[in-house]
Design a protein around this ligand. Structure first.
Ligand SMILES: Nc1ncnc2c1ncn2[C@@H]1O[C@H](COP(=O)(O)OP(=O)(O)O)[C@@H](O)[C@H]1O
Ligand SMILES: [Mg+2]
Length: 243
């Protein structure tokens, strides 16, 4: 057997209050290394807040978050994490290639890495377009390409496939699986339940709480549903209602 691998992310009793509401209500989860974990749940359930907390940019009310063996927000984590926000974090005035060259320089990656990243997200044709003129889905892919350039140990991807056509979505999930095969850890959020099927493991959230933490097959087995959207509904009904 392989060596003992600690979890990439360990969260204990996390509480986050935003606008007077407990948007994360005592969440305890772990994300294993070297695989793709999906963070699934309806819009507003707290996915972005959770990812921000793991990235160390969210004020938390209480709880403990360890990321790659360090407390979330540690300066030493900055280069080990690739965080792709839902709001695009690339420069709208620059072309796609200029953006990626800039991020490549920060990551001390060479120019060939820019070409590979463009291919990986299917944006080679758009490389000379002004980023601000791209569609939302295209801008998301520019952000994703920027994250790929730094080749981080842990990817935090907030709804990277939202608004993309099915072919591109499939290609991106294949890209994520390939990164996990090379030992990277990915936490990928989505509000589209059928994307759970693409993940090695799934964290199902509802109203700031964890409803389930399982493999897609495990979710099907415990609910008796083959369709993961239906499985989610079954689990959501079983879960105690939030106070
Ligand atoms: N800046 C904010 N101030 C107050 N409440 C917020 C803020 N951002 C998000 N929220 C609330 O926190 C909850 C979780 O939001 P979010 O983490 O963005 O969910 P998701 O990413 O799953 O859609 C929602 O009820 C949302 O209205
Ligand atoms: Mg969100």
């Amino acid at each position: 057997m392989g060596n003992y691998e600690p979890d990439a992310i360990e969260v204990h009793e996390l509480v986050v209050v935003r606008g007077g509401n407990r948007v994360l209500d005592g969440l305890s989860v772990h994300v294993p290394s070297g695989c793709v974990t999906g963070l699934l749940g309806p819009s507003g359930c707290g996915k972005t807040t959770f990812i921000r907390a793991v990235a160390g940019i969210q004020i938390i009310a209480s709880g403990r978050i360890q990321v790659l063996g360090e407390p979330a927000g540690s300066a030493s984590l900055r280069e080990r994490l690739g965080y792709m926000t839902q709001a695009s974090s690339v420069y709208p005035d620059l072309t796609v290639r200029q953006n990626l060259r800039y991020f490549a320089e920060l990551a001390e990656a060479d120019d060939s890495a820019v070409g590979s990243a463009l291919d990986a997200v299917g944006l080679r044709d758009k490389r000379d377009a002004i980023t601000g003129n791209l569609s939302g889905g295209e801008r998301t892919r520019v952000s994703l390409a920027a994250a790929l350039l730094s080749d981080p140990e842990l990817y935090l991807l907030d709804e990277p496939t939202v608004g993309l056509d099915p072919v591109l979505r499939r290609d991106l999930w294949q890209l994520f699986a390939g990164l996990a095969e090379r030992g990277r850890t990915l936490l990928v959020s989505s509000h589209v339940m059928d994307e759970a099927a693409r993940c090695d493991r799934v964290l199902l959230m509802r109203e700031g709480r964890l409803v389930a933490e399982d493999t897609p097959d495990g979710l099907r087995a415990t609910t008796g549903e083959t369709d993961l959207e239906k499985a989610f509904l079954t689990l959501a009904e079983r879960a105690p209602a939030p106070a």
